[in-house]
Write a protein that binds this ligand. Sequence first.
Ligand code: ADP
Length: 177
Amino acid sequence: MEVKIADTVIALVKGDITEESTDAIVNAANSRLMGGGGVDGAIHRAGGPKIMEECRKIGGCATGSAVITTGGGLKAKYVIHTVGPIYKDGDHQEPELLESSYRSSLDLALDKGLKSIAFPSISTGAYGYPVEEAAGIAIKTVLEFVSAHKGLALIRFVLFSEADLKTYSQILAKLTK
Ligand code: ADP
């Protein structure tokens, strides 16, 4: 599914984000930037040790913030590492922090002059965020961002399962109709 808002295409696809050739891919990292399972592990495996070397120099990243490294051996030139919230009950600033993760990543991409960026479904794996709620926040934040800022030509969500793709697609359709 794909929509165009002002100058930006927002596209939803099912796939493996490590294979994306957008200028940057976003990593759902942890606050120590030490790698791990899920999409984080996949990105470090596919991109090689250079990304971890840069992460070590940066040292860490607060929840809701984002930092940038090169893409190592990936097709994407950069990896934007953001730390989403660990979901407890929705009453511990999880929505604000998740929104901040998406916004900080988009801000970084724009500051760097990048034209395209790919996001995974931040926080909905090991961090336990219910996917419908997380998708609503993700899509809403991206839509608000592209209405307020020019510069990004393409924002892709690369969802790992058919079910997640369907959830994100339904929400994008609803929020843009
Ligand atoms: P978090 O700790 O932020 O929850 P996870 O990596 O555990 O991050 O999960 C986030 C989402 O990324 C989940 O939907 C998971 O299925 C998905 N995912 C895992 N590997 C990949 C990949 N290679 N490409 C895209 N998405 C992935």
